[in-house]
Design a protein around this ligand. Structure first.
Ligand code: CUA
Length: 332
């Protein structure tokens, strides 16, 4: 029986995937250990639906013609009961439903049960970016992982519901404020894969993107070591630029003067800023620092109070670096 089930699953998978490389004709590439099972479940449901769609359409048309009303012939005698037929159309769908449940449930158990020795990364979702915290404390806006290593994500949200989705891995999980949700995967290919937010979370929901970078064996450790020491061999303003890209500033503050969720950083330094209470403030070191740690303290006129606080998430040294970077954005 188990053999038969495996055979059906294998067949469905072959129908879903055209070539031997594990690539699928109409689904994204499969880059995780669990992706094939997910595709198989999808393919089984799909081909069963296709089969019954054509069977039922054919029968409806066939019966409509075969048993149409004819002139001169009264109502026909019709069948009132047929036990073998009724048993057949109950047993077959029951078998199909049990098989779908078996596939779905074993697949689900596999997806919620991480193997041992997982590498753990903390994920923070906030409007509108992802932050990944590595075991050594390094925070990055991209998820970097080693290939062929089970990775477990422990995720939480700072504000509203978000959902973490990597199509190439076939994994997706809601990220909820005030509690942790988890997800695991094991990447089988190196390269870059897209991360999407798949829960509507506000005006920039569609921009809440990031990527997974899967490293070849041995490369991950050196990447983490280098990325962790951002102050090494770099002028302060470049550290600021790095933080601007890594910590989610860029989601709301443009560099080209265009209006985002927050004011553009271009030509911002040293200007007089109109606040919502009608007063003016000069964009200097202390104003920028306060705006990073207490964004709601002095709100710029015309903008929504949506910026999250970076208290505890940016060190003083890092705030200084961002200030230095801001200074470079005024053309001289
Ligand atoms: Cu976060 Cu949609």
């Amino acid at each position: 029986m188990a053999e038969l089930l495996r055979w059906i699953t294998g067949l469905a998978l072959r129908l879903a995937a055209a070539d031997a490389g594990g690539r699928s004709t109409w689904l994204p590439r499969r880059a995780s250990t669990t992706a094939a099972d997910v595709d198989a479940a999808w393919a089984v449901v799909f081909w069963i639906s296709v089969f019954f769609f054509f069977l039922i359409t054919f029968l409806v048309v066939f019966f409509a013609i075969r048993y149409r009303g004819q002139r001169g012939i009264g109502p026909r005698e019709y069948l009132k009961h047929n036990t073998p037929l009724e048993v057949t159309w109950s047993i077959i769908p029951l078998g199909i439903v049990i098989y779908l449940f078996y596939m779905g449930f074993t697949g689900y158990l596999n997806l919620v049960t991480p193997p041992e020795n997982t590498y753990e990364v903390q994920v923070t979702a906030q409007k509108w970016n992802w932050l990944f915290t590595y075991p050594n404390g390094h925070i990055n806006a991209e998820l970097h992982v080693p290939v062929n290593q089970p990775v477990r994500l422990v995720m939480s949200s700072e504000d509203v519901l978000h959902s973490f989705y990597v199509p190439d891995f076939r994994v997706k999980q809601d990220v909820v404020p005030g509690r942790y949700t988890t997800l695991w995967f094991e990447a089988t290919e190196t390269g870059e894969m897209d991360i999407f937010c798949t829960e509507y979370c506000g005006t920039k929901h569609s921009n809440m993107l990031s990527k997974v970078v899967v490293h070849a064996p041995g490369e991950f450790e050196s990447w983490l070591e280098e990325a962790s020491d951002i102050f090494k061999d770099r002028p302060l303003w470049q550290v600021g630029e790095l933080l601007y890209n890594q910590r989610g500033c860029k989601q709301c503050h443009s560099l080209d003067g265009s209006r985002g969720t927050g004011p553009s950083f271009k030509n911002l330094w040293g200007t007089q800023h109109a606040l919502q209470d009608g007063s003016q403030v000069t964009v200097d070191e202390n104003y920028v620092r306060e705006s990073i740690l207490m964004p709601q303290a002095k709100l710029t006129a015309g903008y929504e109070p949506v910026m999250p606080t970076y208290q505890g998430r940016l060190k003083d040294k890092e705030i200084t670096a961002i200030i230095e970077y801001l200074k470079t954005l005024n053309p001289t």
